[in-house]
Write a protein that binds this ligand. Structure first.
Ligand code: ADP
Ligand code: MG
Length: 490
């Protein structure tokens, strides 16, 4: 269950800090490869281990990725990118500091368009923008694995480039948070920056939550919620925390500023640390790394790589192809699928709706049934238009079209090839059709009487047997005409 934003007289305010791992081949300041699921401490070298004398060298692909992120979300890009050390003492970072950006984040301001749930799944919901405060680049740290009597450090993750996206306190419901993370993930995946798989820790989210009386301008005391490791986990955690704070205020308690941990199984949050225990990170510029100038030519190169964002594409699909929301809401979130659709529709815009229907209904069903992805699928995008054409021109019936599609999916042949090879061309041979119609009429005297008595629908009783006799190949329009003529003559 997801709450609404207002419970009685209180309103929730939420700001997020989202970390996204950039999918680079090597780590942020050294050549060691990035990776997930490798044996512990195999993706390390003197830089990752923080050995004395090891020096960092910037990975340009990581800088490209963060600037691309900023451009996607309409941020201001700083002309110079500089690095700071965030100092703390903990085994996940053997250098005893993390390289990050403090007072000069590379991206500032910006916004992300989100769609809130509509009145039903088939109806577009309201859209709005969530404002961003900043986006900066930092290195990920190692992972501690806790056991009964001891804890072990795995530094494979340490040094992976990480984007931190900080929002303004601009959201008010768990649904808005869910919509924000969904939009953010879609954009990052579409741009090829990250796979954003929360289960693999590629996207992580801390939620800052406060509540205040409706109408109050100043923000309430915030609680930072951690350990939200799936998008629906975030939704549950935010929802729980809003209810907990409102209940506390209603009991006359005050909210303490603290960090809480959300338990994904028990669906409750428990305190981790309070403000008094907050770290002093003693930030200062990293003397090992030179600032990087971001010039116009570099920005222009990256601007050319900014993908069309999902909601822009959805609006374009509506205008250009006249596709309804029920179709665009399936096609658009999946970039590979919407690219496939656009390849299929290339040169056949007038058949866009029929083509989209085949893709969204039949293609997706066959892919799911066979456990394939678009990449392994044999059917060619350009073949769908041929199938639609064969059906529209009456060469095959809609029933046969489904059979042709199934065959196309298996073999990769074109519709015309399947129709020829299997002899599926619709029969418009009048003599043959008349023979089947006469047999059908002879077999159903009661339906003849019903039709004669004015029951229009009784004619359908003859069509089944005709289709069966023709093995689905009888031209339905001709069959209808012949049946009517024969019945009128009786
Ligand atoms: P801190 O100094 O604790 O890091 P910041 O002001 O930098 O806090 O904000 C961190 C995040 O918390 C941002 O996403 C911001 O939008 C959010 N935030 C700040 N104050 C509040 C509040 N009172 N209620 C909800 N979210 C808040
Ligand atoms: Mg802060």
């Amino acid at each position: 269950m997801v709450s609404n934003n207002i419970s009685g007289e209180y309103e929730a305010v939420i700001g997020l800090e989202v970390h996204v791992q950039i999918r680079t081949r090597s780590k942020m300041f050294t050549r060691v490869p990035t990776g997930f699921g490798e044996p512990p401490n195999t993706l390390v070298d003197p830089v990752v281990l923080g050995l004395p004398g090891a020096l960092p060298v910037m990975n340009k692909a990581a800088l490209d990725a963060i600037i691309l992120t900023g451009l996607m979300f309409e941020c201001d890009i700083a002309p110079v990118c500089k690095w700071d050390r965030k100092n703390y003492f903990y085994p996940d970072s053997p250098k005893n500091y993390q390289i990050s950006q403090y007072d000069m984040p590379i991206c500032a301001n910006g916004r992300v368009e989100i769609e809130l749930p509509g009145p039903s799944r088939n109806v577009m919901g309201p859209h709005r923008h969530v404002r961003l405060t900043r986006i900066h680049l930092e290195e990920d740290v190692g992972k501690l694995n806790h056991f009964a009597n001891d804890s072990l450090v795995d530094l494979n993750r340490a040094g992976t480039p990480l984007v931190e996206i900080v929002t303004e306190p601009d959201m008010h419901t768990a649904d808005e948070v869910f919509a924000f993370l969904t939009a953010l993930r879609q954009a990052m995946v579409a741009a090829g920056i990250s796979d954003c798989d929360m289960e693999k820790g590629q996207m992580r989210c801390d939620a800052n939550i406060s509540v205040r009386p409706v109408g109050q301008q100043t923000l309430g005391t915030k609680v930072e919620l951690k350990n939200l490791n799936s998008i629906s986990g975030v939704r549950n955690g935010v929802d729980y925390e809003i209810r907990r704070q409102i209940a506390a205020l209603q009991r006359g308690e005050t909210i303490v500023q603290e960090t809480r941990r959300f338990d994904m199984e028990a669906l409750i949050s428990t305190p981790m640390r309070t403000k008094e225990e907050a770290h002093d990170y003693r930030y200062f510029p990293d003397p090992d790394l030179m600032p990087v100038r971001v010039d116009q030519a570099w920005l222009d190169r990256l601007r050319a790589r900014v993908p069309e964002l999902a909601f822009d594409k959805q609006r374009r699909f509506f205008e250009q192809y006249k596709l309804p929301y029920t179709i665009t809401s399936v096609l658009v979130p999946d970039r590979a699928l919407s690219d496939w659709f656009e390849a299929a529709v290339d040169g056949h815009v007038e058949r866009a709706q029929a083509i989209a229907n085949w893709i969204v209904n039949d293609l997706l069903r066959e892919l799911a049934a066979t456990g394939q992805t678009l990449a392994d699928c044999r059917i060619q995008p350009s073949h769908i238009a041929g199938l639609v054409e064969a059906q529209e021109s009456g060469v095959i019936s809609s029933k046969i079209a489904r059979e042709v599609f199934a065959e196309m999916f298996q073999t990769g042949e074109s519709a015309a090839e399947v129709i020829e090879r299997k002899g599926l061309r619709q029969t418009s041979d009048t003599a043959e059709l008349e023979k089947w119609c006469a047999e059908a009429i002879a077999g159903k005297p009661q339906s003849v009487a019903d039709f004669k008595a004015g029951n229009e629908k009784a004619i359908n009783a003859f069509k089944g047997p005709v289709m069966k006799a023709s093995r689905g190949k009888a031209n339905p329009k001709l069959v209808d005409e012949i049946l009517r003529r024969m019945l009128a003559e009786m």
